[in-house]
Design a protein around this ligand. Sequence first.
Ligand code: SAM
Ligand code: SF4
Length: 343
Amino acid sequence: MNSPLKSPLKSTAQTPELVDKFGRRVDYIRLSVTDRCDFRCVYCMTEEMTFLPRNQILSLEELLQVARAFTELGVKKIRLTGGEPLVRGDILSLIQNIGQLPGLEELLLTTNGAQLGKYAAPLRAAGVNRVNISIDSLDAERFKRISRVGKLESVLAGIEAAREAGFDRIRLNSVILRGYNEDEVLKLTDFAIERGIDIAFIEEMPLGEASDHNREDTTCSNDWVRSVIEEKYELINSTEKTAGPSRYVQIPGQQSRIGFISPVTHNFCEDCNRVRVTVEGRLLLCLGNEHSVDLRAILRDENCDHEDLKQAIIAAMDLKPERHYFYDRDHAQPVRLMNMTGG
Ligand code: SAM
Ligand code: SF4
């Protein structure tokens, strides 16, 4: 392919590295395997959603090829996400294949947990190291209000199945929203501690418009969430450097780590090591910006081969913006909802 995107590899080492123009090395991708979901969480989706037609989404073979290209370019960690990854047909075969890619060190999955009762053990067997399970309330009615359609009991059963399946780590993800669940910070923390699993609190991000609330009214800062936890527990900043956006703290004598993902109040872009691929095959260089490259066009162009795909990914690194500007009125805000972005 005679592509203007082509540029030389940025490393002389044997495994090429993906490095952006700010010197950040990208070794982590979040691969969205579907935009669909069996929930309709108020902060993520609108109630009436139109999903992508089948011909616009990457096939399982295309998803595997994308994953292979990235691992050949030095990516060591892949998180499968969505939408809800467990609603994608034949997801286990994709996971098995990705799990065997040379160079991949960690295969992770983010899920709403509703189908983990059925999937936890096979996922573990297929090579998933760690799972993140989203849960925003421990009250069944509230859980339904936030997820619009989800059943708390299925997620609780999914968490238990994940514990039994023996993943290296399990982390709960909770988005705390004023007016919905801000009084459950300690309840959710205790729930994680009692089970010896981690929990991360994620600030609501302005990705697309929420249809049931104004995000500026509901977003709770993680400084506030932390102060609530500190009313009960001593928190010690962890020195452990993780390869994700979470900042972890520990409670003396407890196994659980508490994470804070604070994209709104604490910009963590300077350490950003990741990019996303949407299920349409759009390589998104930043969660909060629209800079992207259409990998599907390359995958489906009969004049392009796997090398062209890799070259396009390498060249795309130059498009990675320095940072996002959530809630900055001088900068355009993303119109894409989270299910299209890949959380
Ligand atoms: N369906 C799976 C799940 O819910 O875990 C995976 C996809 S979901 C988009 C990934 C994560 O993004 C979830 O933990 C969810 O709570 C979070 N999320 C979705 N929309 C968000 C938003 N606007 N701001 C912050 N987090 C959001
Ligand atoms: Fe579905 Fe996850 Fe979005 Fe909730 S956060 S609607 S479970 S994709």
